[in-house]
Every structure is written in structure tokens, then in C-alpha cells.
Design a protein around this ligand. Structure first.
Ligand code: T4K
Length: 411
């Protein structure tokens, strides 16, 4: 039995916590518990940092982390940062983006905020319902004289239509940047994500496949761009007492780099566990009316960081939000990433109140996606139990709807 469990598997619908019995999990089961690598190696590195008394500003662990990430991806430059949001801001500025940038709305809000923070207007493009990524066929119609770039997001680790976006960027003289926060270790046409477009941005946040506690990086093959980003992330210092341009503090600390290096050494183990979890969910949720887990192309070597359930409410006869309520009652904190779409968040919904009209797929997908707990902190018994709860809820959809008052997804 899982360490989270307080009772054996439920045997009938009256056992569902929604109907008054205790939850299946004593403690909340989170979506994104951090993956932790070898603790002894991490402690050794921490001791080393403390002995050396060098905590940040270009320490040896940050340098090693940058070198190892660049080698892993097969790219010339990796510039480590304090997080991906700041990395996005820095590279957007270093590329000289201005005016408008085309970006999906179905993403974490940081992607758009990094543009708006610098007075650049994010122009939201709809997504492909099959991949949940920016639909390249809809990009060209959004290009205006103010457009300076395209910012794609490799959502759930699945690569954007990179070749098509590059063709568009070349044809219109636009910069092409990728938010690869979800896609560390994934591939596109045989090459690791990170080496495409003008630059790509990685996240090493606690909840990411490889974490550094907090952390991010810009990866690029462009020597000049890399040099500019190195300056920008360190206030514009080119040497002692010499500042040659405007910069910010975007540096990664030695402690974060120690965590990042340690976790990087477990990349194969994390992938194996994530993939096992993913397959178990696939089996456990097969043949349930209206529920499907999004698939990954074998060639993309996914990191399987996210298990994404799509709920077809007509077939399941329950909405995504009703299923979420069922899970929450059981202490399963599944998440509605990335509901309701960035265009429905501030300041974007005030700036563009009608953006939803040209984002029908974004709105439909945002209403049906539910992200389930996975990673090294979740056991196989946990997953079997979550699948059993979902199956039971769909079988007993009438009772669930009656209890929840037939609520539909809120807007
Ligand atoms: N671009 C994209 C496409 C992104 O998804 C993100 C971040 C970024 C850019 C920006 O990257 P960073 O600047 O963060 O490097 C979380 C993360 O905070 C965020 O990094 C991530 N995307 C986003 C998808 O998820 P929340 O609001 O869901 O965070 P929170 O605190 O609810 O944590 C998520 C789950 O993890 C919970 O189930 C609790 C659990 N958790 C969390 C932390 C921090 C733990 O178990 N331990 C922990 O230490 O945003």
C-alpha cells in the first residue's frame, strides 16, 4: 500500500470521498513534487561550496552546470540564470524584440509576462488541437509591420512545428525564440531541443523535470547573442568597475548549480520513472468513455514530465471540473494547467477583451485538460488508485453530477 494511503482501494461508489467517506490519500498528492537526485553527491557539493566560500557570481559549479547542459543538448552556449522568466526577459531584450511578438495563449503566464514586462505586446495565436502547440498555419495572418518575433512554447515537452516556424521567421525577417521550459532532454527530428531558432530558454524550477531549486538558462549557437546575454545577466559588467550596457541580476547561485548538476546525473532514472508512470496511467485509464491521455511521438524522446488527461465531457458525461472536484475530495491535487489561457488573465483580458474570438481551440483545450500527479514522488499504487477513482466517477456519472449540481466548467 502507498505511504499516502489511509484505507484500502474503494469498492463501491459510496466510497468516493465526494459522497462523504474519507479521502483516498491522507496527505495531498501534488502534481509536481521535485525529482531529487543522489543526496550524497548533493551534500558533497554543498560542503565544497561552504568550504570554498564562493556562493555566486561565476562560481565553478555554475560554470560546470553550463558546460554540462551545453554538451548534453549539443549547443555552443548555455548561460545559466536564476529562473526561466528572467532568462526569457533577458533574451527578448538581447534579441532587440519590440512592438509585437506572436505567442500562444495556452502556456504558463510567464511566457507572455516576459514580453509585456518590457512593453512588448504579446499577440496571441491559436493552437493545434492535436499537439496543444502554436498552430503555424495561423501565425502568418497575425504578422503586422510591428511584429518583431515569434515566441513558441514546446508545451508538455512536445516540440513546436519548428521547421515551419523557422521558414515563416526567415520569410518575414523575424526573430524566432522558444520557451523550452518543459522540454529539457526532449528531441525534434533527432536533435535535442535547445539548439533551435535564435535561442531557447530552459527552466530548472523545483517542479521541472530537472530542477535546480530555482533556475533557468538560455541556450544558443549564436556567439554574439551569448556574449550579450552574459553581460545582461550580470548588470552589464565587462570587468571590475566597468559597466558597458544596461543589465540586471539574472545569475544562478552555486547552491542551485549544485542541485542542478546532481539532478542532471539522474536524467535517465527520472525519465525511466516518468515513462513508467505515463504507461501505467495509459493502461489504467484505457477504455474509459471520454478520457484520454495525450501521447508522445517515440522519436521525440519525451521526458514524460506531464501526464495530461483530456476530458471529452459529452462522452464522459462529466466535465473536466467535475472530475477535478472528485479528485480533490480524495486529496489528489490535479491541476488545470493552463486554464483559462493567458488571454483571460490580467492585464491581457483588459487589453484584448475579445481575444477569445480568435482562440477557439485554446479555449476548448483549456476547458478539457487536467494534469495528473507524476514524477519520482508518486508510486505505482498511487497511480492505480487515481485511475480507479476516475473510472468509478465516470461509471457513476449520474450520482457525481447530482452531488455536484451538474456544474459545468466555469469561465
Ligand atoms: N514557461 C513555461 C511554459 C512554464 O511552464 C514556466 C513555469 C515558465 C516559463 C517559467 O519558469 P520559471 O521562471 O518558474 O523557471 C508552477 C511553477 O512555479 C512554474 O515554474 C511552472 N512553469 C508551472 C507550470 O508550475 P504553480 O503555480 O503550479 O506552482 P505551485 O507552487 O502550485 O507548484 C506546483 C506543484 O508542485 C504543486 O502541486 C506543489 C508542488 N511543489 C511545488 C514546489 C515549489 C512541491 O511539491 N515542492 C516544491 O518545492 O506553477
Amino acid at each position: 500500500m502507498s505511504r499516502h494511503s489511509v484505507r484500502p482501494a474503494k469498492k463501491s461508489v459510496s466510497d468516493l470521498a465526494l459522497f462523504g467517506s474519507g479521502p483516498a490519500f491522507k496527505d495531498p498528492l501534488h502534481v509536481g513534487r521535485p525529482n531529487i537526485g543522489n543526496r550524497r553527491d548533493f551534500r558533497r557539493r554543498v560542503d565544497d561550496i561552504l568550504d570554498r566560500r564562493w556562493l555566486t557570481n561565476g562560481g565553478p559549479y555554475v560554470e560546470e552546470f553550463e558546460r554540462r547542459v551545453a554538451e548534453f543538448i549539443g549547443v555552443k552556449h548555455c548561460i545559466a540564470t536564476c529562473n526561466a522568466t528572467v532568462a526569457l526577459g533577458i533574451v527578448i531584450r538581447a534579441l532587440g524584440l519590440a512592438g509585437e511578438v506572436i505567442v500562444p495563449s495556452f502556456t504558463f503566464v510567464a511566457t507572455a509576462h516576459a514580453l509585456q514586462w518590457q512593453g512588448i505586446t504579446p499577440v496571441f495565436c491559436d493552437i493545434d488541437p492535436r499537439t496543444h502547440n502554436i498552430d503555424h498555419r495561423k501565425v502568418e495572418g497575425l504578422i503586422t509591420s510591428r511584429t518583431s518575433g515569434i515566441l513558441g512554447v514546446h508545451l508538455w515537452g512536445r516540440p513546436c512545428p519548428i521547421a515551419q516556424l523557422q521558414t515563416l521567421a526567415n520569410r518575414h525577417g523575424l526573430a524566432l525564440l522558444f520557451d523550452a521550459a518543459h522540454a529539457f532532454a526532449c528531441r525534434y527530428r533527432g536533435r535535442r531541443i535547445g539548439g533551435f531558432g535564435d535561442a531557447e530558454v530552459l527552466s530548472f524550477h523545483a517542479t521541472k523535470f530537472i530542477n535546480a531549486g530555482e533556475g533557468g538558462a538560455v541556450v544558443t549557437d549564436d556567439d554574439d547573442l551569448a556574449a550579450e546575454i552574459r553581460l545582461m545577466k550580470n548588470f552589464g559588467f565587462s570587468g571590475f568597475d566597468k559597466v558597458i550596457s544596461i543589465g540586471i541580476n539574472g545569475k544562478m547561485s552555486e547552491l542551485s548549480a549544485a542541485m542542478g548538476l546532481t539532478n542532471l546525473e539522474s536524467v535517465d532514472r527520472f525519465t525511466r520513472i516518468n515513462r513508467g508512470n505515463f504507461e501505467l496511467y495509459g493502461e489504467g485509464l484505457s477504455n474509459i468513455a471520454g478520457l484520454s491521455v495525450i501521447r508522445h511521438d517515440e522519436k521525440e524522446n519525451s521526458n514524460y514530465q506531464y501526464v495530461v488527461l483530456e476530458v471529452d465531457a459529452a462522452k464522459a458525461r462529466l466535465t473536466r471540473d467535475q472530475l477535478l472536484a472528485v479528485l480533490q475530495a480524495e486529496n489528489v491535487l490535479a491541476r488545470r494547467y493552463f486554464y483559462p489561457g493567458v488571454h483571460r488573465m490580467e492585464p491581457y483580458c483588459s487589453h484584448f477583451p475579445k481575444a477569445g474570438f480568435r482562440l477557439p481551440i485554446t479555449e476548448a483545450v483549456a476547458d478539457r485538460v487536467l494534469v495528473l500527479p507524476t514524477g519520482t514522488g508518486v508510486t505505482k499504487a498511487d497511480i492505480r488508485k487515481i485511475c480507479a477513482i476516475l473510472r468509478k466517477a465516470v461509471v457513476q456519472h449520474r450520482e457525481v453530477s447530482a452531488t455536484l449540481g451538474g456544474q459545468s466548467n466555469p469561465r
